[in-house]
Design a protein around this ligand. Structure first.
Ligand code: ADP
Ligand code: ZN
Ligand code: MG
Length: 481
């Protein structure tokens, strides 16, 4: 047992997928030409007044509900003042002591196979700042360029309780959080484009001590992959400081992905004093009971609940349920297809074992599969109706993946020969029965499962071409007879 225990709390900023910005009608769009989606409001020109985007309230409330938060009926916007070139207003509109929502939680899996609740302290609304471009121009050595398109983009900030104890738990928390937000559709959570950003607060304390240690806040961790690395580095660094007789100082540190380490950015003494005060240009935000009830109706089935249901409905393992629900869009497509099939469980099975297995072997993503959902349903139905054997199905899938064709195309062309002539199948059964007197004895002594042995043997003798339904029926008839 390690001598020190890490304590971690995460602050996550998420851009909302509204058509327009938080307080003006400018397009909320990534990748536009610099400084084209701007107006007097988001530039903070004198006299311009903010008007809160109703869609942003709806999305923030939806996210809050999905994260098990209590939504406050009345919340207050506040000005967070700081001077920075990419913030032309000189302040960010945020929420401070009266946030939109509080007291939520996310359930994460733990190393021992159980689950653990990570508390969410608060979820509040705010706006983003612009972007400083320090690179990419001929005179970048001496100049910084500004793109203010992102000014006023609606964000939610989700602050966790200091409940996280390991870098793995932090990774799981972020993974679950992202998954839930993607399911609600409030954000695309694209980390490369900055739609999801995470600051990690971390401290260490001697194991068994109740009081938290002094934390450092690590910024600039812009990929899930780096969260673990940044936290591991920072935990080690703090332990070394303490072990060598020093004290961890409260500070903000920057993660440098190239070097795999963190650097001090500013200490507590240099910390910003944001001089928060209530935003005079916006009234309190009132979330009525009616609005809350309406928003609740838009809450989709969330990943955890969906997995639990699908495990029962399609007879899946937890791992398979995870695979099928990795994205809501994929889970939707799967379920829509499965419902059209004779046996939805079979569709799950064919998808996971035949298609999933081959994709994995080829290192392909689901979207790159040559076989469509419709093709998978066709295969499942043919198998179910006994029109193809499972061996034939495997061969057809082999061809589909070899040639990059859909299952239906391959089936139509290669329609496997099937022996549906009862007398031909009976002849094969007679041969197998004659060759296996011991198994016949067992069957007649009451061990009915032996029928499967005969079915398998005859199927092999027919080179996989015997009609499975007919074969089953005839085997039993012969053995009983
Ligand atoms: P600050 O006032 O410095 O912003 P907050 O109390 O608002 O600190 O907490 C910010 C984040 O830091 C939260 O996610 C919280 O859970 C986490 N946090 C607070 N104290 C600690 C600590 N001692 N160690 C690790 N994380 C902490
Ligand atoms: Zn604007
Ligand atoms: Mg804080």
């Amino acid at each position: 047992m390690a001598k020190y225990e890490p304590v971690i709390g995460l602050e996550v900023h998420v851009q909302l997928l509204t058509a327009t910005k938080a307080f003006c009608g400018c397009a909320n769009q990534f990748g536009s030409l610099p400084n084209t989606n701007i107006c007097p409001v988001c530039l903070g020109l004198p006299g311009a007044l903010p008007v809160l985007n109703a869609k942003a309230i709806e999305f923030a409330t939806l996210a809050a509900l999905a994260l098990n938060c209590t939504v406050n009926e009345r919340s207050i916007f506040a000005r967070k003042n700081y001077f920075y070139p990419d913030l032309p207003k000189g302040y960010q509109i945020s929420q401070f002591d009266k946030p939109l929502a509080e007291h939520g939680w996310i359930e994460v899996p733990t190393a021992d196979g159980g689950t653990k609740r990570i508390g969410i302290t608060r979820l509040h609304m705010e706006e983003d700042a612009g972007k400083s471009l320090h690179e990419g121009f001929a005179d970048s050595a001496t100049r910084t360029y500004l793109d203010l398109n992102r000014c006023g983009t609606p964000l939610i900030e989700i602050v966790s309780e200091p409940d996280i104890r390991t870098p793995d738990e932090a990774f799981e928390y972020l993974t679950r959080l992202k998954e839930i937000l993607l399911y609600t559709g409030v954000s695309d959570c694209n980390m490369e484009e900055g739609s999801l950003r995470c600051d990690a607060n971390v401290s260490v304390r001697p194991r068994g001590q109740e009081k938290f240690g002094t934390k450092a806040e690590v910024k600039n961790v812009n990929s899930f992959r780096f969260i673990r690395a940044a936290l591991e580095y920072e935990i080690e660094r703090q332990i070394e400081v303490i072990e060598s007789g020093g004290r961890v100082v409260q500070e903000t540190r920057l993660w440098n992905a190239n070097e795999g380490r963190t650097y001090s950015m500013r200490s507590k003494e240099q910390a910003h004093d944001y001089r928060y005060f209530p935003e005079p240009d916006l009234p309190p935000l009132i979330v009525s009971a009616d609005f809350l009830a309406e928003t609740k109706k838009n809450l989709p089935e969330l990943p955890e609940a969906r997995r639990a249901r699908m495990i029962t409905e399609y007879d899946l393992t937890a791992q398979d349920a995870q695979t099928l629900t990795a994205s809501r869009e994929f889970a939707d497509r799967f379920e829509a297809a499965a419902r059209t099939a004779k046996n939805p469980r079979r569709v799950a099975n064919v998808l996971l074992s035949e298609v999933g297995g081959r994709l994995k072997a080829l290192g392909l993503e689901q979207e790159q599969s040559p076989v469509s959902m419709r093709g998978i349903v066709l295969a499942a139905d043919l198998l179910d109706e006994g029109k193809i054997s499972s061996k034939q199905m495997k061969q057809l899938f082999d061809i589909a993946f070899e040639k990059g064709e859909d299952f239906g195309v391959v089936y139509e062309r290669e329609k496997p020969r099937q022996i549906t002539d009862a007398s031909a199948i009976e002849k094969l059964i007679d041969e197998v029965i004659a060759a296996n007197p011991k198994q016949v004895e067992q069957y007649r002594a009451g061990k009915k499962t032996v029928a499967g042995f005969f079915v398998g043997q005859v199927m092999r003798a027919s080179k996989g071409q015997a009609n499975p339904a007919l074969l089953n029926e005839l085997v039993v008839k012969k053995l009983e007879g």
